[in-house]
Write a protein that binds this ligand. Sequence first.
Ligand SMILES: [Zn+2]
Length: 123
Amino acid sequence: MNKLMTNILDLPGVIVEDYKQIVATLILVVKSKQKTSKCPLCNQSSHHLHQNYKYLVRDLPIGNKEVMLRVNRRRFKCKNCQKPFNESLEFVEKKKNLYPLNKSGNSKKEGSQSRHSMVEYDS
Ligand SMILES: [Zn+2]
């Protein structure tokens, strides 16, 4: 895990495992510290891993670099109702509010309706 990048990203419960830079894009490989997730149907927490899905989430830029988060979203299977469900990744859904990076000198304001696009990531 990369402590510096984890601190820079500063998202609760999120670890930056690795990062790479491809031209003007910084890709942070992140994962949730949580080992379990709660079933949305019966609220039972499950650690029975069903599948992994990788996503790229576009983040706010740092300076003139575009930032993408490579997220491993796990799919669990609930023992109680036998249904698979995706782990909730609050940091993806609430990211906009949590993201504190203002120290890059980039004073450009993001449009208020800019959404994080989540695309499936292959490999
Ligand atoms: Zn359940």
